[in-house]
Ligand binder design. Sequence first.
Ligand SMILES: Cc1ncc(COP(=O)(O)O)c(C=O)c1O
Length: 402
Amino acid sequence: MERSLVSDVTGRDMQRGSWIRKMFTEGARLKQLHGAENVFDYTLGNPNFEPPARVQRRLAQLSADPQPGMHGYMNNAGFESTRRAVAGYLNDHQALTVPLNEYQVVMTSGAGGALNVILESVLNEGDEVIVPAPYFVEYGFYVDRHRGKLVAVDSREDFQPDIDRIAAAMNDRTKVILINSPNNPTGAVYTRETLKALQTAIEQKEQELGRDILLVSDEPYSKLVYDGVEAPPVMNIFPHSVLATSFSKDLSLAGERIGYLAFNPLNHDAVGLFNAAVFNNRILGFINANALMQRVIEETLGSPAAGLPQYLERRDLLYGALSELGYKMIKPQGTFYLFPQSPIPDDVAFCRAAQEKLVLLVPGSGFGRAGHFRMSYSGIEPGQIQRSLPAFKALAQQFGLG
Ligand SMILES: Cc1ncc(COP(=O)(O)O)c(C=O)c1O
């Protein structure tokens, strides 16, 4: 009776992901031992700002004036009025040649739900999903769960996708190219030029294969951009595309699980894709996206990102101070992450040394790019950032930066 009931696949994946768990356990232990205020936690991508006032007002309004049935099931795609509002928003922002309608939008349980739904909808056994590396850790598990094979392709030094390498990685098993801009973990925002070059490479391969390759754009950070940079709308670049996104980061609604999939009307099988996604929203057990939140975002779609000026202040503070200490990194133009080079090639050893100084970081190798570490400034105030700098200075000295 000693054999665990946990499945082999889950056991294996939990083992693979165990370094994340160990890191959080160690972080929690250090906080208990030294007091949370004395531990500098740069690990969590969890916004610590409240949702914008418009969102709060809409929530208050809905609870003050409840409508019959508003907490019940609806179509598995989501409320028609919400989907229509999302389609209208995208028509204003994606510069589409063919306008989107509510039958090209499926409301989902965040971007994570959206990605699982679309991967389940399109992947056959062994189909390949190309992802520029480094990439969001969960992609590997998602692709694996839906019968696919993740093919990580190293990005350039500036963390723009390497189009030649992606072109070389495409083959007759390539079904999906999954991009994420603004990018977790690098903070890079893909340029329009790079995206257009990617489309040219995809189109060439599509012609050779005689079938479409689906571009999935995971973009929950699209509104978290700085320096006047905009994340280019992808739908007018990639005809065979789907957006997977959420309001987790920009409206600080991560725990409320609300997002959507939007299909480019130029997909050859846009209706088939929509129907498959609606079916899988149901079958994967999401059933439908959070009902109350659908009503909220329907009215608040154009809201600016919560906490944007504060994130900018933190980025500038950290980028400036770490650069001065000799750390090398690209200046991120989006998200709330920095992805500096580790002063030593072994990023795990460096993160361990940082932990000893009560600074919690995530090794880049977990994201498919060793020799770097990821810092999230989503949950750390400028005062605490300042107080963590002596530890970074000591680490710089310890590892010979300067
Ligand atoms: C790149 C990326 N995609 C998807 C997600 C999942 O977002 P959500 O909370 O909307 O499911 C995250 C969350 O950190 C992310 O960083």
